[in-house]
Design a protein around this ligand. Structure first.
Ligand code: NAD
Length: 731
């Protein structure tokens, strides 16, 4: 297979055009890298070649490294994976360094051949690291293009010299948003930030690149860091200004990551240590830190969940094999917070939407919500006036059910009341065609019960969004007892159209995500009731990498909702209800009017504008802190096992059918410690044997809710874990 095409024109300018067959986006494989090197060797050795353009024959330059390759590289490196990875990375450095030096004399820095990167569109990850090794980066003025280094978002960092080069190009401070936050920019912003050198109209890209090659002088080819007297912009670590930057960065990273993300710390170490040595040594240091990160179980788990498995689910890993079921016209019933959000994301994805509420006024209000989101986008320069008009023109707001004629999918998001839901189901079905699918966005009512109101329960399904709909990436698809494949396919194709990530689960109380969140917040509140200091509870959660402590999470979702769910759960479970102690604190808070953020009073205090201040000290009057506080690990284990064991139970009961969905859903749905790769990855990291011993201990000290599920108990007898068993099932 040929990933790169090599040609030389009559002026002696060689072009290496990246164009992987049968793929819409270029990604770098090990074979591709070897090919690139061969072409570079050919160009440098050929006297007739004056310089080189590296570009792409596709609309975009490259989407990055094929992360499957990293996973494979590690697997294949035998019993010395560190050495194997290090050697592989160093050979990548050698190739890119060859481009950068381009045959110049090491002493005089003369005689090299100019190499320019010409980027027609998006250039991400290694797709920017290769250009950073070139002598000039010219990009087409393509506002749709994204340029940046997003590696940190999947738990690694740019490890093909991108970290060292960018830090030297922009200085530690300038490079920080790109390296540490994975910030992506369109070409104009990338140019303003100094990430790339030049932008030209798209149709002039190659001509301009060629002109540059033909006009380049020796001095144009010498990177600042290869020139004599190079100083890092903003100062190296022992420069007074640099010192401030590095001290600040270190504190900031620890503050943001709580020390649980190995990649951020390793990246900063690579920049810090690399800044004090010559460039080639810095690359070696970068490679060592990169191996360190790749060998960390957290980065493998993050890559697996946030890249490989997330993508597999988005591409329909669990989609039934039925015909294309993309949605052409969507009906949304209920234009409240959720309905309006669903209408917006669908219209934004190009789908015609009929948005219905009980009155025309209420429906219009829902549409105005969509307009509000678009206005915010315009303020940030992300949405044009045209785009706004186009999206809004796709939403027809009305109170007339007849308008649903021709919809192939309807999602109801009316009040959480089975009677209201039954009524709107019947009214919609009276208008819909025979093949249309009806979905409910309920968060607490069993799908199979709601399906009773439908004339065709096999076409009835749950499509559960999270709030706020335009921001949250996960959508839970719930099969009722009678739901058939066609409805599942329709729901999955719809979620794909709106570019969110789906998981498919079976019907059970609270489905999957809410089922696991509730024990987390309950455990937090239970501890406060027991006299554990609220600050200990919140900080223990954050130090485990949870984005929100349980008390903050309850404040966000509101305590009256908690009380409502508690009452309904108690009514449904009767004697088996085990959260009476939690209710004591929930109902007390509700009585005090401390309903959470919306009331500007909850477990936290808020100012008049609703800004969170600090933990509310009034709680101590009712639930005073005990004189002896538990150790941090105990609090963390209680909070984490409360969630993870519920995930295992969901698997055991067949609510979840795929641990990949369990892990991806946990991270995207409620922010389960992303560094861990999700609850199943986390348990695998602990090892079933150790996890079981913790459960036994927690059960003895705190009660049967921590009893290990049989699945975990059985697993602890052998060597395997959740992913190992999954692999053996797949084989
Ligand atoms: P909401 O109260 O903001 O909106 C409900 C809307 O339904 C209102 O605009 C109301 O006028 C309309 N409505 C009521 N009866 C109607 C009828 N007969 N015909 C047409 N419209 C009618 O509620 P919400 O927060 O948007 O929740 C809606 C649904 O989504 C509920 O089932 C809820 O459980 C579920 N849900 C909510 C969240 C959340 O965080 N709020 C998350 C996931 C799912």
């Amino acid at each position: 297979m040929t990933d790169f095409h090599y040609s030389v024109d009559s002026d002696g300018v060689a072009t290496i055009a990246w164009d992987i067959p049968n793929k819409s986006m270029n990604v770098l494989s090990m074979e591709g890298l070897a090919e690139l090197e061969t072409h570079i060797d050919t160009a440098l050795a050929d006297e007739a070649v004056k310089g080189v353009i590296i570009t792409s024959a596709k609309p975009d330059f490259a989407g990055g490294m094929d992360l499957n390759v990293i996973a494979k590289m590690k697997e294949m490196a035998g019993d010395q994976p560190e050495q194997g990875l290090f050697d592989g990375i160093m050979s990548m450095h050698r190739t890119l360094r060859k481009i950068e030096r381009a045959g110049m004399d090491a002493k005089t820095l003369k005689g090299g051949k100019p190499v320019v990167a010409a980027l027609p569109g998006t250039a991400l990850g290694i797709g920017l690291e290769i250009p950073l090794a070139c002598h000039r980066i010219i990009a087409a003025d393509n506002p749709k293009a994204k340029i940046g280094l997003p590696e940190i978002l999947v738990g690694i960092f740019p490890g093909a010299g991108g970290t060292t080069r960018l830090a030297r190009k922009l200085g530690a401070m300038g490079a920080a948003p790109f390296l540490l936050e994975g910030k992506l920019s369109e070409p104009r912003k990338a140019k303003a930030a100094g990430l790339i050198d030049e932008i030209v109209p798209a149709d002039e890209l190659l001509a301009r690149a060629k002109d540059w090659v033909l006009g380049a002088k020796d001095a144009d080819l010498v990177k600042p860091w290869d020139a004599k007297g190079y100083k890092m912009p903003g100062g190296a670590p022992y420069h007074p200004a640099g010192f401030m930057t590095f001290v600040g960065a270190s504190a900031m990273i620890n503050g943001k990551t709580q020390g649980v993300y190995p990649a951020a710390k390793a990246l900063l170490s690579a920049v810090y240590e690399g800044a004090m040595v010559p460039f080639d040594t810095a690359l070696k240091i970068e490679a060592r830190w990169f191996v360190n990160v790749l060998m960390n179980p957290s980065s493998s788990a993050m890559i697996r969940s946030l890249f490989i498995n997330k993508e597999a689910l988005e591409k329909g890993a669990n989609r039934p094999a039925v015909d294309d079921a993309r949605v052409a016209k969507l009906g949304v019933l209920g234009a409240g917070m959720m309905g309006a959000g669903i209408a917006y994301v669908a219209a934004n994805a190009g789908i015609e939407v009929v948005l219905i509420d009980a009155s025309q006024e209420a429906a219009e209000k829902g549409k105005a919500h969509a307009e509000g989101i678009l206005d915010k986008g315009m303020k940030r320069g992300k949405v044009s006036e045209n785009k706004k008009a186009e999206v809004l023109s796709r939403i027809a707001a009305t109170s007339e059910y007849d308008a649903l004629a021709g919809c192939d999918l309807v999602i109801e998001a009316v009040f959480e009341d089975p009677k209201v839901k039954a009524e709107v189901t019947a009214r919609a079905e009276a208008v819909l065609g025979p093949d249309a699918i009806f979905a409910t966005n309920t968060s607490t009512l069993p799908i199979s019960d709601l399906a009773r109101a439908s004339k065709r329960p096999e076409q009835f399904i749950g499509i559960h969004f999270f709030s706020p709909v335009d921001k949250m990436l996960l959508v839970e698809i719930i099969k009722g007892r009678e739901t058939r494949d066609m409805a599942v396919a329709k729901a999955l194709d719809f979620v794909r159209q709106i570019r969110k990530t789906p998981i498919v689960v079976n019907d059970a109380r609270f489905f999957y995500a809410n089922r696991c969140i509730i024990p987390y917040v309950n455990e937090g509140m239970r501890m406060v009731r027991e006299g554990v200091a609220p600050a200990l509870v919140e900080n223990a959660a954050k130090l485990m990498g949870m984005p929100l402590g349980p008390l903050q999470l309850v404040d966000e979702t509101s305590l009256d909702l908690g009380a409502k769910i508690a009452k309904a759960t108690r009514a449904a479970m009767g004697d088996r209800y085990a959260d009476g102690d939690v209710d004591e604190i929930v109902f007390w808070m509700v009585e005090q009017g401390r309903l959470g953020r919306k009331a500007k009073a909850g477990f936290y205090s808020y100012d008049d504008a609703g800004k969170r201040l600090g933990l509310w000290d009034g709680i101590a009057a009712q639930f005073p802190p005990a004189s002896e506080q538990p150790d941090l690990i105990t609090v963390q284990h209680r909070l984490m096992f409360a969630q993870a064991l519920e995930a295992v139970r969901a698997l055991e009961e067949g609510v979840l059918t795929d641990i990949r969905e369990g892990d991806v859903g946990a991270i995207l749905g409620w922010g389960f410690a992303p560094w861990s790769g999700g609850p199943f990855s986390w348990l695998d990291m602990l090892g079933a044997h150790f996890a079981l011993s913790v459960c036994d201990d927690l059960e003895a000290r705190f009660g049967p809710r921590f009893r290990a599920p049989a699945l975990l108990r059985d697993m602890a007898k052998g060597e395997g874990g959740f992913y190992a068993s999954r692999a053996s099932i797949a084989a």
